[in-house]
Structure formats: structure tokens, C-alpha cells
Design a protein around this ligand. Structure first.
Ligand code: FAD
Length: 435
């Protein structure tokens, strides 16, 4: 049975669900006695996709393609279509998603509402930079086509608008031309943050995709080590040959015991991961699936964190605040808490049209922490303090715990954003931040 929960499975929420089945469907908003919120695939880690006590408008039925211009690579599709489906349909025709997150199981509507970013942020900016327009249904029954030229303010407010401005029914998106499903990839082990920045500077102009995994548990001589991964779409001979995406090879069938992910197991996993990834080096050719979505090979991996769930923390620090990263790592190491999935990436200067978009030029760090009592909340609060002092911000699309005070510091434009809210829509994130 479909579970209506967030990927971090914290907090828990109880909903009524209203299933949508196509974009022209009449929706009688006054029939809902409580607030509504669109739901994609619940791949948001935190509470932007939850609406406790309210109704979720499930977009799973909004999966129709409307039109495609093969000369320009422009597609009109309903908002519940997933990036996995777009890739299946359009990659054989030479077109690729302009921005991909770390999982293919994300809807186009969800990608807009969180204005997601990927390994190509330094080149392509966010998902919203490639959206040419969309139709937004407001609870008044109005259907508004929003684009940079029409209803431009709602367009800006809805990109990164966390589902609070209405329901996106269908989207006009510009795809990217590629030569095939293969990637040309290199892994570069590094031993310090300084080296990470050097690799980034050296790679961003020559590689379309860059990202790094960093070991944030090991201390001593191993502190700050990691593996820098860079790649381009393969061209010529290397791009030839088909590749079909495969279903996950493993599924976690039940919640793991809460103690499974602890400092010792995380340290061990980090060691194994570091040795495996740094041994690969390259350049080598690999299919796009495992390059972009390594975590998709294990279905329901979020259950490894146990019933209590986990928190993902993603912060961006502006260029001149990146020296603060060391402080982050020291705080995490001193806390005794460890994160296996620690990802570092340099964001480029390309601005998103989204009013509330999270990325900005600088460096971003993403971490996962199992929920075990107060300690992790205290740690993340302390990290928020460092981020605020450095002029950084925390990703609302992954958040389930930041304070309203920090949110308002990170997004001083929040008051302007509230002007575009649809009053019938709400979420647990909105209640936590703004009420
Ligand atoms: C393994 C993994 C890796 C990830 N990697 C990245 C990454 O690299 N970069 C990144 O940016 N994010 C990443 N994410 C987060 C994910 O990309 C976003 O949270 C995305 O928005 C989830 O989309 P969804 O379809 O599941 O939407 P949901 O999580 O269901 O909803 C997200 C928001 O979109 C709104 N929404 C959904 N559909 C509509 C609609 N039709 N109209 C209006 N609002 C709508 C919802 O109300 C909610 O506010 C990752 C998540 C996972 C699990």
C-alpha cells in the first residue's frame, strides 16, 4: 500500500488523500474542509510534503504527456510524471533531463516546488532554470499559465515555492540534447578540504557534472578525506550502445533495528566506501543510471535508519564563508554523531528564477543523521548558527527541524513569498515556520 510519508520518515503525519487523474479534472476546493497540499512521491526528506490533519492531492494520476517538439526538445507533460519516466521516453530520442537529483523517483511538480539542483549546478543552475511555463490551479478555480512573461510573479513564487502557491497541473520543460546513455567518469581521491576546492576549481569548467563524497567521521590523518567525482556525457564511440535502467537489486523489507546505523558502523562504511571509490580512478565509461542515482539500487533504503527515521541536513555557504566548513566538520566530529552520506558540491553563480530557491554560489554540504533523541537536533541547531553567521542557508526541501528564526534569517524574502500563498494550501513545514 502506498505510504504517504516523507523520505526521512520524520515527523509522522496522518492525512486524507484525494487522487488526481488528469489536468483538466474539475476540483471542487470548497469540498475540502481542511487544508490541502500536492503530493508527488514523498522524496522530500522533511515535512514540506506533509500536511498533518489535512488532505494530500496525490499527483500520481497526472502522468500524461501532452506535447513534444522534437526540434527544440520542449515537452509539455503533466506534473506527476517522474524524471525516471521522462528519461525512459526521451533518452532514446537523444534528450535528457536538464537537472537530476540523486534519485530518479521524483515528479516534475516536486522538482519545481523544491527547485531541485544536481551535479551540474555549476553549469545549468537549478531545475527551475529550464522550466518555460506551467499551469497553476488556484483554489478559486482559476487556471493560470505562469511563465517569465505571463503571471511572472506567481511563476517566480512557485519555483521553489514548496507547494504553497497552488497545484501545478502541467509543465513546459526544455530538455537537454545528449549523445546517449553513457557517461565518461573519473574519481579523484583527496585528503583535505583544500584539495577538494582545488579539484572543484580545476574541474568545473571542463566537466558538466561534479560532486564529492567526504568522510566526516574519521579523525586524525584521515580527517577531510574524500573522493571527487567528475563526468561528462560520453561522446563518439564511447556513447554508443543501449542501456536500459534496471529495477533496484535489493529492497529493505522492514525497518532495521535503530542501533544498526551508529558511529562504529558509519566509520566502517566510510572506510569501505573510500577504499572502493578511490580505487576506481578512471577515466572510465559507465551508464548514466548508477552515475546519477547510486542509491536507487536499494529500494526503501531509508528503512535502514529504523522506525525513528533520520534527518538530512543540507547547507550552502557563500564563497567567502566556505572557510567555515572546517568548523562544521569539527562540530560534527566532536558531537560523536556520524553521517555516512556526506556530499560536498560547488554551486555556480547561475541564478534561479525562483523567489525562494535554496542554491546560491558557494559550497554545499549534505549529511544524514539517524534520529536518536535530542543530541542530533542540538547539533543541527549549532550548525544553523554557523550557517547564519556565514550568510549561508539551509535547504527547506530537506528540512524537518530548523527554527522559524533561522528560516527567516536564511530567507529574508519570506514575507514577500507569503503574498503568493494560496489560502487553501498548507504543509507541516509552513505551520512550523510561519504560523
Ligand atoms: C535519494 C535522494 C536523493 C536526492 N537528491 C537530491 C539532490 O541531489 N538535489 C535536490 O535538490 N534534491 C534531492 N533530493 C530531494 C528531492 O529531489 C526533492 O525533495 C523533490 O522535490 C521530491 O519530489 P517528489 O516528487 O517526491 O515531491 P514530494 O516530496 O512529494 O513533494 C515536494 C514538494 O513539492 C510539492 N509538489 C509536488 N507536486 C506538486 C504539484 N503538482 N504542484 C505543486 N506542488 C507540488 C509538494 O507539495 C511538496 O511541497 C533527493 C531525495 C532523495 C530521496
Amino acid at each position: 500500500m502506498k505510504r504517504y510519508e516523507s523520505w526521512g520518515r520524520f515527523p509522522r503525519a496522518a492525512h486524507s488523500v484525494f487522487a488526481l487523474n488528469w489536468h483538466s479534472q474539475e476540483i471542487d476546493f470548497p469540498r475540502f474542509t481542511n487544508k490541502v497540499l500536492a503530493f508527488g512521491l514523498g522524496r522530500s526528506y522533511g515535512d514540506v510534503c506533509l500536511n498533518d490533519g489535512g488532505t494530500l492531492l496525490d499527483t500520481e494520476g497526472l502522468r500524461h504527456l501532452i506535447a513534444f517538439d522534437p526540434a527544440e526538445g520542449i515537452v509539455d507533460c503533466e506534473a506527476g510524471i517522474t524524471l525516471a519516466e521522462l528519461l525512459e521516453i526521451f533518452l532514446p530520442k537523444g534528450w535528457f533531463a536538464p537537472v537530476l537529483p540523486g534519485t530518479r523517483h521524483v515528479t516534475v511538480g516536486g522538482a519545481i516546488a523544491n527547485d531541485i539542483h544536481g551535479k551540474n549546478h555549476h553549469r545549468a543552475g537549478t531545475f527551475g532554470c529550464h522550466v518555460l511555463g506551467f499551469e497553476l490551479l488556484r483554489s478559486t478555480g482559476e487556471r493560470l499559465f505562469c511563465s517569465p512573461d505571463q503571471n511572472a510573479e506567481l511563476f517566480r513564487a512557485t519555483i521553489g515555492g514548496l507547494g504553497l502557491t497552488g497545484l501545478i497541473l502541467w509543465v513546459r520543460l526544455r530538455l537537454k540534447a545528449v549523445s546517449g546513455p553513457w557517461m565518461q567518469v573519473e574519481h579523484l581521491p583527496f585528503s583535505s578540504l583544500k584539495e577538494f576546492f582545488e579539484f572543484s576549481r580545476d574541474s568545473d569548467s571542463r566537466y558538466e557534472y561534479t560532486v564529492a563524497w567526504v568522510d566526516c567521521v574519521s579523525g586524525g590523518g584521515k580527517a577531510g578525506r574524500g573522493v571527487f567525482i567528475r563526468g561528462n556525457h560520453a561522446a563518439g564511440k564511447q556513447a554508443q550502445g543501449e542501456w536500459k535502467s534496471k529495477p533496484a537489486f535489493l529492497r529493505i523489507p522492514a525497518d532495521a533495528p535503530g542501533f544498526l546505523i551508529n558511529r562504529c558502523s558509519v566509520r566502517l562504511l566510510n572506510e569501505i566506501y573510500y577504499q572502493l571509490q578511490s580505487a576506481k580512478r578512471g577515466p572510465f565509461t559507465m551508464p548514466y543510471g548508477p552515475f546519477f542515482f547510486p542509491l536507487d539500487s536499494v529500494e526503501d533504503w531509508n528503512r535502514l535508519y529504523g522506525k525513528a527515521g533520520f534527518l538530512q541536513y543540507q547547507v550552502v555557504l557563500p564563497e567567502d564563508g566556505s572557510a567555515r566548513l572546517k568548523e562544521f566538520f569539527e562540530k560534527i566530529s566532536n558531537s560523536g554523531l556520524g553521517s555516512f552520506l556526506a556530499v560536498l558540491k560547488h554551486f555556480g553563480p547561475k541564478r534561479s528564477p525562483g523567489l525562494m530557491s535554496f542554491p546560491k554560489a558557494g559550497v554545499t554540504l549534505a549529511l544524514d543523521f539517524p534520529i536518536r533523541g535530542r543530541k542530533v537536533f542540538d547539533l543541527l541547531n549549532a550548525l544553523d548558527e554557523i550557517a547564519a553567521a556565514a550568510g549561508g542557508s539551509v535547504y527547506p526541501g530537506k528540512d524537518a527541524r530548523m527554527s522559524p528564526g533561522h528560516f527567516r534569517k536564511f530567507f529574508p524574502q519570506w514575507q514577500e513569498f507569503t503574498k503568493y500563498f494560496d489560502p487553501a494550501f498548507s504543509s507541516d513545514f509552513k505551520k512550523r515556520m510561519l504560523l
